[in-house]
Design a protein around this ligand. Sequence first.
Ligand SMILES: Cc1cc2nc3c(=O)[nH]c(=O)nc-3n(C[C@H](O)[C@H](O)[C@H](O)COP(=O)(O)O)c2cc1C
Length: 475
Amino acid sequence: MDAGKTTLASLTVRQLDDKLKTLLRLRAARHGRSMEDEVRVILREAAAQADRSAGERFAPAAHPKAQAPSSAAESGPRIVLIIGGGIAAYKSLDLIRRLQERGARLRCILTAAARHFVTQLAVGALSGSQPFTELFDPQSEFDVGHIRLAREADLIVVAPATADLLAKMAGGHADDLATAVLLATDKPILIAPAMNPQMWVAKATARNLAQLAADGVGVVGPNFGEMAERGEAGLGRMAEPLEIVAAVEGLLRRGATLAGKRIVVTSGPTHEPIDPVRFIANRSSGKQGHAIAGAAAAAGGEVILVSGPVNLPDPPGVTVVRVETARQMFEAVEKTLPTDVAIFAAAVADWRAESPSASKIKKRTGGTPTLKLMENPDILASIAHRKTARPRLVIGFAAETDDVVVNARAKLTQKGCDWIVANDVSPESGIMGGDSNTVHLVTASGVESWPPQAKDRVAHLLVERIAAALDGAER
Ligand SMILES: Cc1cc2nc3c(=O)[nH]c(=O)nc-3n(C[C@H](O)[C@H](O)[C@H](O)COP(=O)(O)O)c2cc1C
């Protein structure tokens, strides 16, 4: 017997309190060993367990510890989820579940601040593996574990992305595990910002966000709503877990990434004033245009949505410019140029009142006023015919009630655009204001008729087609 070990064992036994000594004596008797030998066995088992844990912390992501042995868990996307220190961190526990339901293999990193909001235990139990917390961790950094974490991922999600994390990312900091992994990765990054509305509109946050968008970082949210602080509401709530999952799916969809691409989308109707209280409008709800803007942002694009008056929330991760009239919409679109893609889904009024009255037109006996109309600018044709700063892909929408495809083909030629998405908006189709759409994609090479489907689905398919078209043009 080794003298050193005997000393350690006897020292250990001598220092135990009476209750533990009794337990040790019983255990040793059960195994037919001396108390010292029993201590040695316990120490050996503990050392072996510690080795196993260290190995598992850096086991290849293809074999995550204690995850459901489903085929999806073996082949699903590898996602590193970074949880920042904000109130919304509790929602990330649900996000873990939602991502796993879709077969994602997760590794979680908690910032030091995040540990004030959610426990390592909760994150570990839900994700099925020990979360990572430390950059200077002797157990995981013996082979520069943060670089492995950054590389062995298909996507990195930061949720909640605090104002502080946005600033560090934009500045290229790497002074803790989360920021070191973010800087060391060459994989797509998706952030779900969550903060007080005042922090969100702060100039520094806007600067950092613009930098991150330019760096190709995908953004989902934030949403408008109540804050954790009592009585406060505004823009700053973290996107809901399912919205984040949708954005993750968009980013992961092969060939559909629009990272680094700038896209302008128009949506909704325009209102053309007749007098201060009356206007000419149409029945467009904006649902299809907003869904396209959201899908393009979820695919990593930098999206500017120029929207007429609608009753819809802003799509997550999109810059929204609100306008009323066709002329304002045209001006706003021109200001967004240059862009890679322009998608004109708005139902722009063809005409406006030639001389809107500055005061309310009074009802008079013995006569009705005559409304003289004049043409509005043709936004689609003007942008498609531009000699300079013409987007590489100009897509128009055709809302038709008769001969949908024939009219769409004619429109493609007249307007000089690249694609027309044609839909039948006759009242019986229920498309205007409804949640589904039946579209025909008209291009120079032919017509594709898509089956009836949800407007969200149409949006995703269109974004996939756009990404593929841009990708093909670049090769
Ligand atoms: C109660 C409380 C709530 C907070 N909520 C947020 C938040 O929602 N968003 C945010 O950006 N910062 C929030 N902070 C501030 C961050 O925790 C702080 O900036 C921290 O340094 C962020 O660290 P991290 O970015 O490394 O996670 C909060 C702080 C406290 C004390």
